[in-house]
Ligand binder design. Structure first.
Ligand code: HEM
Length: 465
């Protein structure tokens, strides 16, 4: 009979493990990978349940290959996402998840999202036109705002209506809480929901206002169907499950908010960090500008998407600081063997994207920002997976890539930029608390193609933790 290894892990009190998890998640995980190797257990789940963390490519490959009958995500594996709701794709599992994913995937297919290329370029231009020369620009906040405008247009088909502005403001408030740590903790420690600071009451009020707007949009879309509309809500209303049933209002609400919340949070964080890296290294900045300039003044967005150096820079910033440090938790439903370990039903497993993206055996000098490592080379889907993998892989990958590359290309090629000198080097604080919100850039003026300056000396590549 085969003998399997048992994952190691800290012996500290579960309360201490949970506190570390809540207050310094990424640093804690990095410490544990360093100390215990590719597989370890922490008691950080609800009621201090054990979670198994994995940083072994072989185990991730086997996990992603396992079907939903054997291992799945959704509310069974984690908490009900507060804002997204129980009918969100993120919350579902099994058959319901499969059906919903089948319905949503075509809406976010490459050929359907490509039609938004020009809108993305226009929004990026109008954002940058609002910046003042030589003033520090909080790039993350600017990106959040344009990604929300974009979400309003792509998902609801609404541009500048009062309602879409209100929705944007409410989501910005929810995404940028004044006391982020306290608010994150109030989800896990219910007594904080009744404390004197009203964090919870404010959150509930904002969520209610968001729901009122979304249900009004759904009602109007249903009452005035317009076959020429290509917004995703119209497409979802017209779609049918295999049973012939349409989506309910609750399902529509939960999916719209799920899709709308992703770009501003995750793509906004990734892209703010991308500006940091590119402007920090003059040799990367200049090489990118040369490539962009080679397309002339008004390039076709699809030509931009194919640029090899832009693609390598994009892949490298998604590697070095993956905004999602972990994939969604996976709940084992049938006994599962991964490498030398066997996991029983009920076990929660979390693959670490960050740990694998920082393995020296896959990425030599992994802590250095080196786009060249992606030129002419592809990595396997269990070596490089900023969007997760298997049957839960991110369905917004194509949209996120389009948004990030086009916003970056548009702004870099039209304006001279620099990092604000007072800006601290970004440090890792995780997806919920992006240190990206501290990144400041400065606009130096307008530029036209072929104005690459070669005065600045190369900066040597330096690592991150
Ligand atoms: C930089 C941008 C983004 C990153 C890094 C990212 C990353 C991820 C990751 C890691 C997962 C979990 C996958 C897994 O557990 O295997 C995920 C799931 C998901 N993402 Fe994204 N995402 C991004 C943008 C988007 C966008 C723009 C949308 C929609 C418009 C989106 C919609 C979703 C949905 C609906 C899921 C759940 C999929 C499922 O459960 O079947 N994401 N994303």
């Amino acid at each position: 009979m085969a003998t399997y290894k048992v994952p190691n892990g800290p012996k500290d009190y579960p309360c201490w493990q949970k506190l570390q998890w809540l207050t310094r998640q990424d640093g804690y995980l990095q410490d544990c990978f360093h100390k215990y190797g590719d597989v370890f257990t922490l008691k950080v789940g609800p009621d201090f349940a054990s979670y198994v963390f994995i940083g072994s490519p072989q185990m991730v490959q086997e996990l992603f290959a396992a079907g939903p009958q054997q291992v799945d995500s959704g509310v069974e594996a984690t908490n009900n996402p507060f804002l997204l709701g129980e009918k969100s794709l993120v919350s579902l599992s099994g058959k319901r998840h499969r059906q919903q994913r089948k319905l949503l995937t075509p809406c976010l297919h490459e050929k359907n999202v490509k039609v938004y290329s020009q809108t993305i370029r226009e929004l990026a231009e109008s954002m940058a036109r609002g910046w003042t020369i030589d003033q520090p620009i909080p790039i993350y906040q600017s990106l959040q705002a344009i990604f929300l405008d974009l979400g309003n247009e792509i998902l609801l088909g609404s541009k500048d209506s009062q309602r879409s502005q209100k929705l944007r403001d409410l989501l910005l408030e929810i995404m940028n809480p004044k006391r982020p740590v306290l608010r994150a903790m109030s989800f896990y420690l219910p007594f904080l929901q009744w404390g004197p600071v009203n964090i919870w009451a404010n959150l509930l009020r904002e969520k209610q206002q968001i729901d009122d707007i979304l249900y009004a949009e759904i009602r109007e879309h249903r009452e005035n169907p317009d076959p020429s509309q290509i917004d995703i809500l119209s497409v979802m209303i017209a779609s049918r499950y295999d049973t012939g049933e349409p989506m309910t209002d609750l399902e529509l609400r939960d999916e719209v908010i799920t899709l709308m919340a992703q770009s501003p949070e995750v793509a906004g964080t990734s892209l703010a960090r991308a500006f940091y890296w590119i402007l920090y290294y003059p040799q990367v900045y200049e090489k990118l500008l040369q490539e962009l300039d080679s397309l002339g003044d008004n390039p076709d967005p699809q030509e931009i998407m194919k640029l090899p150096y832009l693609d390598a820079v994009y892949k490298e910033f998604m590697r070095i600081y993956p905004t999602a440090v972990l994939t969604f938790p996976r709940l084992v439903k049938k006994t599962l063997q991964l490498g030398d370990y066997q996991f029983e039903p009920g076990t929660i497993i979390l693959p670490s994207i960050h740990a694998i993206h920082h393995r020296e055996d896959i990425y030599p000098q992994a802590k250095e920002f080196k786009p060249e490592r992606f030129l002419g080379r592809d990595f396997a889907p269990y070596e490089y997976f900023p969007f997760g993998g298997g049957h839960r892989r991110c369905i917004g990958t194509m949209l996120a890539q389009l948004e990030m590359k086009l916003v970056l290309a548009t702004i870099l090629s039209r304006w001279h930029l620099a990092l604000d000198s007072s800006m601290p080097k970004p440090s890792y604080k995780g997806a919920l608390l992006p240190s990206a919100n501290k990144i400041r850039i400065v606009m130096k003026g307008k530029r036209t193609p072929s104005q690459v300056s070669s005065k600045t000396p190369d900066r040597s590549f330096s690592g991150v933790n």
